[in-house]
Design a protein around this ligand. Structure first.
Ligand SMILES: [Zn+2]
Length: 398
């Protein structure tokens, strides 16, 4: 238990820290990312004007991607053998089904995505990024120790001294136009620079502009270890700090790589284009996580509608995660069951680093991510640059 806690806990910091002088974000970056996440490529192509108006329709949407949910048993029972195998071609029962037939059935359930048209994002923002070209044609953001931000953003003033969570910052770099820039607190550190290198390999360069600060911390926590966290630095959610645990990052590079993919989801799913922080919770008709209301076609709302509609308990209450984990083997570990955001983050890291799924529910999560061109780009970069496949070290749910 302790090992699990120590190995898997990550923190999504929702602490709001408003810094004077925070600049507005490059809207190009946000727009590019939204363009890359093509809403037409989301999982169900049945028109969003029909909002699952009856149980049958919602079962047909929900159950194929949550095959382990007991509430779907009746719906599966209502299908003919052929229909069942069209929905779950990988099920043991369907092993005898002709392979060609299964392939056809698969594409009928999962709308075709446009594989021939990789996203061409960041066209108008990348040319002033200093990029280095890795193997193949992958461009990654570099490190320029002389680059400084005009707005002087660094650690929030009261954070450099440490806080009650046991996390203490040791050093921080400014991130300048998507590059790791000058050190702004403490001394340069090769562990943090190594973590940045991994992050820059995995993340398309233009999207790194949403980070303002990249830091290293140590911790005196006793009930689990925070491997890394992301913190919002302005009201709007246009500037973020990412920080990595120095000791843990150095001790386990494979885990640290998963962590980089995991953490960056807490940036790109928290941009103003994804979540509206001005809506009252009672006026939110999607998923409100306590910080804001996710937009209709946001990644987390679509994820929530697909995988969390029938999850027991309050999805914003992390402590109910153990119960959700016990009931659903689709989660990549108990930490994933704590909130929809952590579920997506864990599944995304497994997807990017090609962790082998162990259940149909895990496979469904990876398939969902794979249908989003903007998300698939991360894994393509990882493959091209030699990351993964990584071992499945997630603890078991279900
Ligand atoms: Zn997280």
């Amino acid at each position: 238990m302790l090992l699990v806690m120590a190995a898997r806990i990550r923190v999504l910091a929702v602490l709001l820290v408003v810094l004077l002088g925070a600049t507005s974000c490059s809207s190009d970056t946000i727009d590019d990312f939204v363009d890359a996440i093509d809403p037409d490529e989301t999982i169900f192509d049945d028109g969003d004007e029909t909002e699952a108006s009856d149980d049958e329709a919602s079962d047909a949407d929900y159950c194929p991607v949550n095959p382990d949910d007991a509430s779907c048993d009746d719906w599966f029972d209502s299908l003919s053998d052929a229909e069942f195998c069209r929905v779950l071609p990988d099920d043991e029962f369907c092993e005898d089904v002709d392979e060609v037939e299964a392939d056809e059935a698969d594409s009928a359930v999962q709308p075709e995505t446009d594989d021939t048209d990789p996203p061409e994002d960041n066209d108008d923002g990348s040319e002033d990024l200093q990029v280095v070209t890795g193997p193949g044609s992958i461009a990654t953001a570099g490190i320029d120790p002389t680059a400084e931000r005009d707005d002087d953003l660094c650690l929030p003033d009261d954070e450099a001294e440490g806080d009650e969570t046991g996390v203490e910052f040791n050093l921080a770099y400014q991130v300048v136009d998507g590059e790791l820039g000058a050190i702004c607190f403490g001394s340069p550190n090769t562990v943090v620079e190594g973590a940045w290198k991994v992050l820059a390999d995995l993340v398309p360069p233009g999207q790194l502009r949403d980070l303002a600060v990249f830091a290293g911390f140590s911790t005196t926590e006793t009930d689990g270890v925070t491997l890394a966290f992301v913190q919002r630095l302005d009201d709007e959610g246009t500037q973020f700090l990412m920080a990595v645990n120095l000791a843990e990052t150095e001790a386990d590079p494979a885990e640290a790589t998963l962590t980089m993919a995991h953490e960056f989801t807490h940036v790109f799913t928290a941009l103003p284009s994804e979540i509206d922080r001005l809506v009252d919770p009672e006026d939110c008709d999607t998923f409100d996580n306590g910080e804001g209301c996710y937009r209709d076609e946001s990644i987390i709302n679509e994820w929530f509608e697909t995988f969390w509609q029938r999850a027991p308990g309050d999805p914003t209450v992390e402590s109910e995660g153990e119960q959700r984990c016990d009931l659903d083997s689709g989660f990549f570990g108990s930490y994933a069951a704590s909130t929809p955001e952590e579920d997506f983050a864990e599944a995304f890291s497994a997807y990017v680093l090609r962790v082998e799924p162990r259940t149909d529910g895990q496979q469904a999560r990876l398939d969902w991510i794979d249908r989003q061109a903007g998300l698939r780009e991360y894994r393509d970069r990882a493959v091209e640059l030699g990351y993964g496949p990584q071992e499945h070290n997630f603890d078991r749910c279900g």
